[in-house]
Design a protein around this ligand. Sequence first.
Ligand code: RNT
Ligand code: ZN
Length: 421
Amino acid sequence: MYDIQKGYELAKAYYKELGIDTDEVIRKVNDKAISMHCWQGDDVIGFEKNAGSLSGGIQTTGNYPGRARNAEELRADIEEVLKYIPGKTRLNLHANYLEADHAVPRNEILPEHFANWIDWAVEKGIGLDFNDTYFSHPLSEHGTLSAADESIRKFWIEHGIACRRIGGVFAEKTGGPCVINHWTPDGDKEFPIDTLSPRLRMKDSLDQIFEATKDVKGVVDGIESKLFGIGMESYTVGSHEFCTSYVMSKHCPHIIMTLDAGHYHPTEVVSNKLGAIFAFSDNVLLHVSRPVRWDSDHVVAYDDETKTIMEELVRMNRLDATYVATDFFDASVNRLVAWATGLRNVRKAMMAAMLQPIDALRKVEQEGDVSARLAMVQEYKAGGMLTLVWNYYCASQNKGEGLVWLDAIKDYEKKVLSARS
Ligand code: RNT
Ligand code: ZN
């Protein structure tokens, strides 16, 4: 490896000329929390005693050996992968990752079913976020919060209520806030005759959940929209317009929009929406993901969209106002490599956004010098000396510069993962 310290000094001098303090950038990048999704570790299966197969229009493909089969294995994998993910990392749990020695109906889940997760998170100093699980369940096949069958809808309202109560305990025990994401797969393969009634029911269900849990403290609620799911290609109850309208109509600081990078038309991008949403909302929850032709939940790449999302947030000065969470599931590669690659990419994109002379760019724009704006934006696109700063940052955090971490995870695969059937 080249001299990392020397490389950093050179980069520091380069960025200083652009008016950028790299030490300050590193501090900011390191302090920004990213909520790492637990479900990359076991292909979104979870640990319910009566767990069925994954449903709800989402799919995990691949059967790479070494999947975590229980919560202990998942926690061990998370501990391992966190060694190679620099910066503040939270853990994002789904309701179906509960631990109990018997099958627990989803509307009866309690904080005690997450006691091991809470103890572990407190011990490690990791913040916990949460998700209701409205999929992979026999009662979710004909709608959940929008179900026409009132007893089924009630069941899922009770699930939502139970989840907000659990989130409140997460916040209290781990020093919140706990961000809960509310996503329902409800939809239809064909275009329905009645597109309004399911939405009125969904609206009422969400209202009931919030009303019944208004005493819960420390919870932030993201409402996640979607364009379509597999098997529900024609109609989604929780569409972008529905969720945007719901959030905006509530005028409630803790109810915010969740924007998943994979949930829009192929030419529609989240980076292009953020500015409009921040004109009306103080906070946003991001699901950083990567769609390939459809909402395929590929591992987050260091691609234009991930970089542009971070650029937008940094330039608008809204990164702190954004809850950043990852959401992808790839079972075709080593699951820890997938996690580390995706999480490192998110943080690297943040760093890249901060290593640009934003004040100078803003100045030429304000002066109306559109030619200089064009030339400057292109000049800094190549990334300057990003890798030199990134490697120094990873090395100084002892999180593996370059690809050092890859060998370490391969070693874990040999020693631990390969022993799993
Ligand atoms: C599905 C949504 C949702 C899920 C997780 C597992 O399309 O993106 O966020 O990925 O709840
Ligand atoms: Zn998502």
